[in-house]
Write a protein that binds this ligand. Structure first.
Ligand code: HEC
Length: 202
C-alpha cells in the first residue's frame, strides 16, 4: 500500500507542470488492472502474496466425509489499489483482482498426525498451514466481460504445488460465477468469510 502511494506520488511529481495527474482522479482509473495476453488469457499476478490479506476459510476432509473439494486452507488476498477503492466506497471497482491461494494442512509422519489430519503443535492441537497447493483468481471487468454476471471472470492457475501456470483462461459462467452470484454476500465476493473486508467497508 505504502509502495503504491509512493510510486503514485513519484509519477505525479514527474508529470507536474506537464499534465494533470490522472492517477488520483476517478477511482476506477486508480485501480491496477490484471494483465492479459494477446490470446485473451489472463497472466498470473506477480506478487499476490504482498496484496492485502482478507481471510482464510478452511474445509478439511475430516469435516466433509473425507472428500472436501478443497481440503486445504484458502488464503484470500485483494490487490491493494482495489482494496483502497473498497475502503473508500464499499464497492469493488472495475479492475478489481482477488486471489485465493490453497495451502495444504501441515503434514507430518503418520504417527505424529491425528486421524482427522490435525497435528499437535506448541500452541495446541489443530490445523496448521503446510505447503502451497493451487491458485485461483477472479477479476471484475465489465468492459472485457460484458456477458459475465457482475462482470466477474474466474480463472485457475492450477490445483497443484508451484510453479503455477503463467496464464489461465476464464471458466464458463456456470462453472464458477453462478455459485458466487447466488451465495456471496457482496457483489459476488464472499465477504461473509473475510473479516478484513468487512472491517474496512465504510
Ligand atoms: C459451490 C460454490 C462455488 C463454486 C462453484 C466456485 N466457488 Fe469460488 N468461492 C466459493 C466460496 C464459498 C468462497 C469463499 C472462500 C472459500 O471458502 O474458499 C469462494 C471464493 C473464491 C475466490 C476468492 C474471492 C471471492 O470471490 O470470494 C476465488 C478467486 C474463487 N472463489 C474462484 C473460483 C473459481 C475459479 C471457480 C470455478 C472453477 C469457483 N470459485 C467456483 C464458492 C464457490
Amino acid at each position: 500500500m505504502r509502495n503504491y502511494l509512493l510510486s503514485t506520488a513519484i509519477v505525479c511529481s514527474l508529470l507536474a507542470g506537464v499534465t494533470a495527474c490522472s492517477m488520483t482522479n476517478a477511482a476506477d482509473d486508480a485501480v491496477t488492472p490484471a494483465i492479459f495476453a494477446a490470446d485473451g488469457q489472463v497472466m498470473i499476478p506477480k506478487d499476490w502474496r504482498q496484496w492485502v490479506y482478507v481471510g482464510t476459510p478452511l474445509t478439511p476432509n475430516a469435516l466433509n466425509d473425507g472428500k472436501a473439494p478443497f481440503p486445504e486452507f484458502h488464503n484470500v488476498y485483494i490487490e491493494p489499489t482495489a482494496f483502497a477503492h473498497w475502503q473508500s466506497t464499499g464497492k469493488f471497482a472495475n479492475g478489481t483482482q482477488i486471489v485465493k491461494e490453497l495451502v495444504l494442512i501441515r503434514q507430518k509422519d503418520a504417527d505424529e498426525m491425528n486421524e482427522d489430519g490435525s497435528t499437535g503443535e506448541v500452541s495446541g492441537v489443530g490445523y496448521f498451514q503446510g505447503e502451497f497447493a493451487g491458485l485461483e483468481l477472479t477479476v471484475k471487468d465489465t468492459t472485457r466481460y460484458p456477458d459475465e454476471p457482475g462482470g466477474w471472470a474466474y480463472y485457475s492457475f492450477g490445483h497443484n504445488s508451484p510453479p503455477y501456470a503463467d496464464t489461465a483462461k476464464a471458466f464458463p459462467t456456470e462453472a464458477c460465477n453462478a455459485c458466487h452470484e447466488t451465495n456471496a454476500a457482496d457483489d459476488f465476493v464472499f465477504t461473509q468469510f473475510y473479516p478484513v473486508l468487512r472491517a474496512a467497508k465504510p
